[in-house]
Design a protein around this ligand. Structure first.
Ligand SMILES: [Zn+2]
Ligand SMILES: [Zn+2]
Length: 177
């Protein structure tokens, strides 16, 4: 019994816990680091451009290196760290799916969610990009998103003009950047 708890329950909790923690950490660092002293890299993600890659992608590369380092630590020193690395990697996939794929369409097909939670995540991040510059932005998470009405209210409270087309879901609108 104790054996199987160690074998299945502990890894499962470590993975799920890490994924949840990573969403919190990603939102926190997006707000306080990328929109703070880390704006130098993140700026590239808030400006329109034609290149396939952005300086901002270096953040994903840094996270990937960190995950590889944790896999190594877990394999050579303390096994639970290996499962934490699995959680970070799963979060990386979720981040790519929601942020790079769904919102920014960096994959080779076009799919715009029209209803439900995916639409909410999509619109929330479009609202993140609706304010020009690094200040007064809303919705810093990637997998969890607040209800869209609440985000619009916040934008009004921040007293920043924002691009209303972010809320439109017709195909004629310009692509998200
Ligand atoms: Zn941002
Ligand atoms: Zn974005």
């Amino acid at each position: 019994m104790i054996e199987s708890v160690l074998h299945y329950l502990v890894p499962a909790l470590l993975v799920v816990g890490t994924v949840v923690f990573m969403e919190w950490f990603a939102a926190w660092s997006h707000e306080h680091i990328m929109h703070g002293w880390g704006w130098g890299w993140h700026k590239s993600h808030h400006e329109p451009h034609d290149e396939a890659l952005e300086k901002n992608d270096l953040y994903a590369v840094a996270f990937a290196f960190f995950a590889v380092f944790l896999f190594w630590l877990g394999a050579t020193w303390f096994w639970p760290i290996w499962w934490i690395a699995v959680g970070i990697s799963i979060y990386g996939v979720l981040y790519f799916f929601f942020h790079d794929g769904l919102v920014h369409q960096r994959w080779p097909f076009k799919y715009i969610p029209r209803k439900g939670y995916l639409k909410r995540v999509y619109q929330a991040h479009r609202l993140h990009h609706a304010v020009e510059g690094r200040d007064g932005c809303v919705s810093f998470g990637f997998v969890y998103a607040e209800p869209v009405e609440r985000l619009v209210k916040k934008l009004h409270q921040n007293k920043r003009g924002f691009d209303q087309t972010a809320l439109k879901d017709d195909d004629g609108r310009p692509e998200a950047h």
